[in-house]
Design a protein around this ligand. Sequence first.
Ligand SMILES: C[S@@+](CC[C@H](N)C(=O)[O-])C[C@H]1O[C@@H](n2cnc3c(N)ncnc32)[C@H](O)[C@@H]1O
Length: 315
Amino acid sequence: MRRSPPNGESLRQIVHPARAAPLFREREAITLLALMANDKWEDFRATNRANWDERVAVHLGSRFYDLDGWLRDKPGPSRRDTEALGDVTGLSLLHLQCHFGLDTLAWARAGAQVTGLDFAPAAVTAARDIAQRAGLAQRAEFVCADVYEAVDALGHAEFDIVHVSLGALCWLPSVERWAAQVGALVAPGGRFYLHDGHPLAWALADDRPELIRSYFEEAEPLADDSGYTYTDSGGPMQNKRQYEWNHGVGETVSELVRHGLRLEWLVEHDWTVWPHFPWLVETAEGTWSTPPGRPRLPLSFRLLASRAARDKVPE
Ligand SMILES: C[S@@+](CC[C@H](N)C(=O)[O-])C[C@H]1O[C@@H](n2cnc3c(N)ncnc32)[C@H](O)[C@@H]1O
């Protein structure tokens, strides 16, 4: 299986001493490859950030996010999310890749002290503004940073809950590098809660149930120039290009476990929360599935993981 190159440890697996060019010692070869891979990631990231920055204004005005309705109705987290995490009153909660923070702020309404992190400056500015308008600024902080640099950006803080919600992993080349950040951000005794699109769905063509890309993580991204976003409003964007990667469920779980988390439960759903494909049908308010009578597909998945409490030091 090919692993994504930006992470030094992945590269170590690729550049086995026996395969290294004779002119380089292994360490030099690894350093060179890591620099090349990082350069590529810098470019991919800058392209994706421009794309996401431009989406913010479109999404803020969309029926999909319905910001006015959200400010008026003051929703908390969904019932399924509340069932997953229970009472969060007084807990610290970090929401990675938070966009403009509606999901983040829902947890603040439920009583958590929340931090949202996103790499798009326009998203973070909007999130801070929405927190003010919703009267939640005292319980919410938003940080602009790459998720791969979250530990440093957050000053090595640890959180009772780390949360990632839909449409997050596909923007990242290496699930291993992501899991290293997540593992370091969950406090001892804390939990990690993920709900994302299912990698089998990401591997399918948009208009027909046919696999057109790998289910597993690959080094090369999928480049998409469609220029449209998933909400209802807005024409083609100026910053059309976006890069995406897929990660198998097993890869994601294995990397979380390797980085110190214990899997509590994992469930694959035959629904997702947006019309990922035009042939999906809305089955309950806000969820889309394959039409009745058609084979069911996994469209999203959720997992809860935990970090062991620090052992008591014997007297
Ligand atoms: C589909 S949105 C997530 C939606 C979010 N769950 C919500 O509730 O609105 C994906 C987010 O990931 C962010 N993102 C993408 N790549 C990132 C990276 N490398 N570091 C931090 N944020 C990133 C984008 O700016 C965007 O806000």
